[in-house]
Ligand binder design. Structure first.
Ligand code: ADP
Length: 332
């Protein structure tokens, strides 16, 4: 599809170049040919005074034959020039067309991949619900206890679907028209901690905060930045052993403000580090015998929020030792 679009665009570019080149050539031919004719006439009239009438006529004939030759030469030069422009312009136009279409091609490809990945992820919980219900329906003696168990399991899968669709929605929203204000970093961290508190207490994990003296500000949308911090805290909790502690630091670094989440959990393998911000990417947890609970969307969403705020997210991690995620916000 893109090849034919590129060819079409090439033809448009080429038509434009050719029209310009032929137009210019006509004008050039017209001007030069007039000039040559003027010259020939001037020479003929000048020499007619010096030579006798017979010689003057011969000279004039010769001069006008020369003029016709010059015009033919000019014409063939211009034809060659136009053919060269057509050849060179064709190649350049094709290159230019491919360059113009490349970002569109990439965006479309990424959308197709996004839809394919999303459908693939949606299938797993849907298939689980379908299978469980089909098995239960075939059981003529389904007891009340079994039915309740089935409903609970269905609800769990529906919950997962809801989380997944919410994640997909935040990734799909590309608009950046959110309200931004100057926010206190400490308040943002507190709000994020409150939201992560339940998950932390279930694993008896202690969330500690330390911050610079006096408060520091960041500019942005409160809800989004809190969402970003909750993603980092949830991950830190999810990938840390029960009873461990997680630290949240607020620091000033030059004119920027940093919010740093450090855990002492399982860490991330060096080979996984470059990919963890990609959507649907989950590092392999089989070694840790840990059930994966996420869809690999959290960090992609966090990165998107950071991008929308002109902030950067960096990660430092050592397998088995823990991870540190730093979000650096520009001057508020
Ligand atoms: P998920 O829903 O799988 O947690 P994320 O996008 O939030 O998806 O994270 C992608 C992957 O990065 C996770 O599967 C996990 O392997 C790794 N990861 C993220 N945060 C941490 C962390 N604090 N400690 C260890 N691994 C992490």
């Amino acid at each position: 599809m893109f090849h034919s679009a590129a060819v079409k665009l090439t033809l448009w570019y080429l038509a434009l170049i050719t029209a310009l080149s032929i137009g210019t050539s006509f004008a050039l031919y017209h001007v030069s040919s007039n000039y040559l004719e003027e010259n020939a006439k001037r020479q003929a009239s000048y020499f007619s005074g010096l030579l006798g009438p017979q010689n003057a006529r011969e000279f004039s004939n010769l001069r006008f034959r020369q003029l016709a030759d010059d015009r033919n030469k000019l014409k063939s030069n211009l034809v060659i020039f136009n053919l060269l422009v057509l050849g060179g312009g064709g190649a350049a136009s094709y290159g230019l067309a491919r360059r113009t279409l490349k970002p569109i091609e990439d965006a479309l490809e990424s959308q197709v991949r996004f839809a394919a990945d999303a459908s693939h992820e949606l299938r797993t919980p849907l298939t689980a619900i379908q299978t469980e219900n089909e098995v239960a329906l075939r059981n003529a003696k389904l007891s009340r206890v079994e039915a309740i168990k089935l409903l609970r399991s269905n609800l769990e899968e529906v919950g997962k679907l809801k989380t997944l669709s919410e994640g997909l929605l935040s990734l799909a929203h590309s608009r950046q028209d959110h309200k931004t204000t100057v926010l206190s970093a400490r308040t943002l961290v507190k709000k994020a901690k409150d939201r992560a508190a339940k998950a932390a207490s279930l694993k008896k994990i202690n969330l500690r905060t330390s911050s610079v003296n006096g408060d520091v500000n960041v500019r942005g949308n409160e809800q989004k930045i809190v969402d970003l911090l909750v993603i980092l805290l949830d991950n830190a909790i999810k990938y840390s052993p029960a009873g461990s502690s997680i630290k949240i630091d607020i620091k000033k670094n030059g004119k920027s403000t940093e919010i740093i989440v450090s855990d002492k959990g399982q860490g991330i393998k060096r080979s996984d580090l470059p990919s963890i911000f990609e959507r649907f990417y989950r590092a392999d947890h089989s070694r840790n015998k840990q059930k994966t609970t996420g869809y690999g969307l959290g960090l992609a969403i966090a990165k998107k929020i950071a991008d929308q705020h002109g902030a950067a997210i960096q990660v430092r991690s050592a397998a088995g030792k823990g991870s540190t995620f730093t979000v650096r916000f520009p001057k508020a």
